[in-house]
Design a protein around this ligand. Structure first.
Ligand code: SME
Length: 157
């Protein structure tokens, strides 16, 4: 399956390498954060076809749903709750190969099987998280981590 897709679309690395200049182009010259988060989520969804990809933004000590692509999602997540809240509390990227085995995972969609959450850190504070969910087990790895961490540096938080 992964090999078939690699023939069609290129390897995961190649896909990120072609996507990053596109995202740079989308963000260049636009300083509206919501517009930029929305286009970043859409570009990732178009490229990879994940179930859900989007942002939760820290507001009044909660994560609040921001621009995303995919099924409707829970709107507020407390620090330390679920994968997103844990990534926020630990200020580090979390890769979850099987969400069924993550204690406290918040199931916004029953189709989600694996997940990656990348914190956006500015001045030593987590200001948002980028969350991606897949219908496949073990979809995300350190290649996704590396490139998603690069992509979030482009955002104008
Ligand atoms: N699964 C996440 C919640 C967000 S949705 O997947 C969009 C979590 O456990 O934090």
């Amino acid at each position: 399956m992964a090999e078939d897709l690699a023939i069609l679309y290129g390897s995961k690395e190649e896909q990120y390498q072609s996507l990053i200049p596109q995202i740079r182009g989308l963000l260049e010259g636009e300083n509206d954060l919501v517009a930029n988060l929305a286009n970043t989520a859409a570009a990732l969804k178009e490229q990879f076809g994940w179930l859900w990809v989007g942002f939760y933004v820290v507001k009044e000590n909660e994560l609040v749903l921001g621009p995303f692509q995919g099924p409707v999602a829970c709107t507020r997540i407390k620090k330390g709750r679920g994968v997103c809240g844990s990534s926020w509390a630990e200020a580090k990227t979390l890769i979850v190969p099987d969400v069924g085995k993550f204690p406290g995972h918040i199931a916004c969609s029953s189709s989600s099987r694996s997940e990656i959450v990348v914190p956006v850190i500015r001045h030593n504070e987590v200001v948002a998280v980028l969350d991606a969910d897949s219908t496949e087990l073990s979809q995300f790895d350190t290649t996704d981590q590396q490139y998603l961490e690069e992509i979030i540096t482009l955002l104008n938080f």
